[in-house]
Design a protein around this ligand. Structure first.
Ligand code: ATP
Length: 239
């Protein structure tokens, strides 16, 4: 078997909000075509890690490499042009624009000119959104907005997708739908990082797992091994 290629490497990164030290020497790798679950309780530093990767939060030391190139300090739009798509925790849809417009605004070919995602196949993949095309996004439920935020990310044809707490606070039926979509995406060969508090949501949709606590890594390995590691799950994941 060939050695998997790291698409993304975090190498001893440290990040701060003002004087508050939030991420401590964090290192992990994300491999091409695989899905990694970034797990941890409320406030553990998951969103900060996602924002650091995307260039929204600066890192003070350490290195982030994408496809082998150092990308420290690259602005979010540069990271987007490198084929990375973030679905932020707060979704950031445009509430006064229609679903259609929210999607059209985000349309761009991927890195290699790949344009697999179009409005038509987005609506095929997201059947819940299809009847809402003309609706203002601000008039949708939280779950529908989460789906729209994921769909909008895909319109940029990313190769690496960062999903920040996609299941948080949503009805079970939408959580199931999001799980189904992630499984479908995995089949297309994209690389995915999912920040989640809920390990159970990530079982069956990710291979790799990193657990963080107070901005430090406390576990790195497969999610199956994590599942059987009661010490880590009970101590850091409230399971
Ligand atoms: N803008 C900010 N300014 C100062 N501190 C912040 C800011 N955003 C987050 N923090 C702090 O950084 C730490 C990590 O927060 P982060 O949002 O990354 O955690 P998380 O694991 O994503 O948790 P959650 O599930 O609550 O989003 C927390 O202690 C939080 O209070």
């Amino acid at each position: 078997m060939s050695t998997p290629q790291p698409v993304l490497e975090l190498d001893r990164i440290n990040a701060f909000y003002g004087a508050s030290h939030i991420l401590f020497d964090m290192s992990f790798q994300v491999y091409k075509g695989r899905t990694l679950a970034l797990l941890g309780r409320n406030g553990a530093g998951k969103s900060t890690t996602m924002k650091a990767i995307m260039g929204v939060v600066p890192i003070r030391s350490g290195e982030i490499r994408h496809e082998g190139r150092r990308v420290n300090g690259a602005a979010p739009h540069v990271m987007a042009h490198r084929g990375i798509g973030l679905v932020p925790e707060d979704r950031q849809i445009f509430p006064r624009h229609t679903v259609d417009d929210n999607l059209r605004i985000a349309a761009k070919p991927g890195l290699s000119g790949r344009a697999d995602w179009t409005l038509d196949n987005i609506y095929d993949a997201f059947p819940i959104l299809a009847p809402m095309r003309g609706r203002n996004a601000g008039m949708m439920s939280g779950g529908e907005q989460q789906l729209l935020s994921m769909a909008r990310c895909l319109m940029g044809n990313p190769d690496l997708i960062l999903l920040d707490e996609p299941s948080e606070g949503l009805a079970p039926i939408i959580v199931q739908e999001i799980g189904r979509l992630i499984r479908k995406l995995r089949g297309t060969g994209v690389t995915i990082v999912i920040a989640e508090q809920n390990m159970h949501f990530c079982l069956g949709i990710s291979e790799d797992a990193v657990v963080i606590d107070k901005g430090q890594i406390v576990y790195r390995g497969t999610i199956e091994d994590l599942r059987g590691n009661e010490e880590i799950t009970s101590r850091y994941l409230a399971i």
